[in-house]
Design a protein around this ligand. Structure first.
Ligand SMILES: Cc1cc2nc3c(=O)[nH]c(=O)nc-3n(C[C@H](O)[C@H](O)[C@H](O)COP(=O)(O)OP(=O)(O)OC[C@H]3O[C@@H](n4cnc5c(N)ncnc54)[C@H](O)[C@@H]3O)c2cc1C
Length: 337
C-alpha cells in the first residue's frame, strides 16, 4: 500500500499543475493515469496544435505545454503510475483507499480527481473471440517491441500509430498492414516509406478490407480478412496490433457515489470539494455554476483545492498563504536559493 498526502487521478495538464500547487505547500502526491504517458487531451488529441490562451505563453503546442508542466514539477520527484485505471475508491476512517486495474493500492486523506472527460481507452476489435487473445497475442498498444521480433504481425489501422509501428516492426518481423480504406490518415512521409517497403516485398499492405475472424486455440495462428467485393483471405498471424484510436469513458468514476451532473462531478467552487470530504474534482471533470472547460480554469481549481488538501493532510498545522517570489520555504522546496 502506497501512503501519500494526495492521490491525483489523471496526468492531464490539470493533474500535473496540481502536483505543483501541492508541492509548494509541502504535500506529497502520486499521479495515476490510464494512459502510458502524461499530458491527457493535450498529448492524445492535439500534440501539434498551438494553444493561444495559456497566461503569459502567447503560443505553445499541446506537447510543449505538457513538457513545460513536467519540467515545473521536477523538484517534487513525484511518482507516476501509468497504464493503470483507478477502479475503486473506499473510505477508511479519515483516509481514502484507491485501487487500480493493476491491483495497486494507495491511501491518503485526499483524492484529487483530474480525470478530464474520463479515461482514454483503446477502441477494441468488435469480434467476440478477440477478448481471449487480448494481452497475450493481440495488443492495442506496444509496451515492449522485443516480443514481436521474428513474428508474423498483422497491424490494423490507418493513422499514425498503425503506420509508425508497421515501419518500425518491419525491420525484424513480417508485417501485414490492413486498413478498411485505401487512403491512410498517417503522416505522408511514413506512408511513402511504407509504400517503398511494400514495393520491395518487405511489408504487405491490404486495403480496403476488414477483419472477420481470428483463429487459434491458445495463441493466434491465422486471421481472415474480407475485401469490399466480398472476397476473403487467410493470413498467417502470430500477433495482431490494432490501432483504431481512443475512446473516452467516464468509467468507474461514475460509481463512487459522487454528486454528478451531466457526466461531470459537482463541486463547490470554494475549494472544489465534492459531496465526499477529502475528494476533490478539478479540470474538465468538475462542474459548478459558470464552469469553463479551459486549462487555465483547471489550474485555478487545482490551486484552491490544494489549500483544503493541506488542511486535511496537516490538521495540526496552520495554512499560511505565501508568494513564491518571497517565501524561503517555497524556494527551498523548489530547490532555489
Ligand atoms: C482539440 C482540442 C483543442 C483544445 N484547445 C484548447 C485551448 O486552446 N485552450 C484550452 O484552455 N483548452 C483547450 N482544450 C481543452 C483542454 O485540452 C482541456 O480543458 C484539458 O485537457 C483538461 O485537462 P484535465 O487535466 O482536466 O483533463 P484531461 O486532459 O482530459 O486529462 C485527464 C486524464 O485523466 C485520465 N483518467 C481519467 N479517468 C481515469 C481513471 N479512472 N484512472 C486513471 N486515469 C484516468 C485520462 O486518461 C487522462 O489522461 C482543447 C481540447 C481539445 C480536444
Amino acid at each position: 500500500m502506497v501512503k501519500t498526502d494526495v492521490i491525483i487521478i489523471g496526468a492531464g495538464p490539470v493533474g500535473l499543475f496540481a502536483v505543483h500547487q501541492l508541492g509548494i505547500k509541502g504535500l506529497k502526491a502520486v499521479v495515476i493515469d490510464n494512459l502510458d504517458k502524461a499530458g491527457g487531451q493535450c498529448i492524445e488529441l492535439y500534440p501539434d496544435k498551438p494553444i493561444y490562451d495559456i497566461p503569459a505563453i502567447p503560443e505553445c503546442t499541446g506537447e510543449e505545454l505538457t513538457t513545460k508542466l513536467l519540467e515545473q514539477i521536477k523538484p517534487f520527484k513525484t511518482d507516476f503510475y501509468f497504464n493503470e485505471r483507478v477502479n475503486e475508491v473506499i473510505q477508511e476512517k479519515e483516509n481514502w483507499i484507491v485501487q487500480t486495474s493493476k491491483n495497486n493500492k494507495f491511501t491518503a486523506p485526499n483524492i484529487m480527481i483530474a480525470g478530464g472527460v474520463g479515461s482514454f481507452e483503446p477502441r477494441k476489435l468488435p469480434l467476440k473471440e478477440a477478448e481471449k487473445f487480448e494481452g497475450k497475442s493481440l495488443f492495442y498498444s506496444v509496451k515492449n517491441k522485443e516480443i514481436f521480433k521474428g513474428k508474423n504481425i498483422s497491424i490494423f489501422g490507418g493513422g499514425d500509430s498503425a503506420l509508425d509501428w508497421a515501419l518500425e516492426l518491419s525491420k525484424n518481423s513480417k508485417v501485414t498492414l490492413i486498413h478498411r480504406r485505401n487512403e491512410f490518415r498517417g503522416a505522408p512521409h511514413t506512408l511513402s516509406e511504407i509504400k517503398k517497403l511494400s514495393a520491395q516485398g518487405k511489408l504487405s499492405i491490404k486495403t480496403p478490407c476488414e477483419l472477420v475472424a481470428i483463429e487459434g486455440s491458445k495463441d493466434i495462428s491465422e486471421i481472415k480478412i474480407k475485401y469490399e467485393d466480398g472476397k476473403t483471405e487467410q493470413i498467417k498471424t502470430d500477433n495482431i496490433l490494432s490501432f483504431f484510436g481512443l475512446i473516452m469513458k467516464l468509467g468507474p468514476i461514475a460509481e463512487w457515489g459522487l454528486g454528478m451532473e451531466k457526466k461531470a462531478i459537482s463541486v463547490n467552487s470554494d475549494n472544489f470539494q465534492t459531496n465526499k470530504k477529502g475528494i476533490f474534482a478539478v479540470g474538465d471533470i468538475c462542474t459548478y455554476p459558470g464552469k469553463l472547460k479551459l486549462i487555465l480554469s483547471g489550474f485555478h481549481e487545482a490551486a484552491l483545492a490544494s489549500v483544503e488538501c493541506f488542511k486535511r493532510a496537516r490538521p495540526n498545522e496552520k495554512y499560511r498563504f505565501e508568494f513564491t517570489t518571497s517565501s524561503k520555504t517555497i524556494k527551498g522546496r523548489l530547490g532555489k536559493k
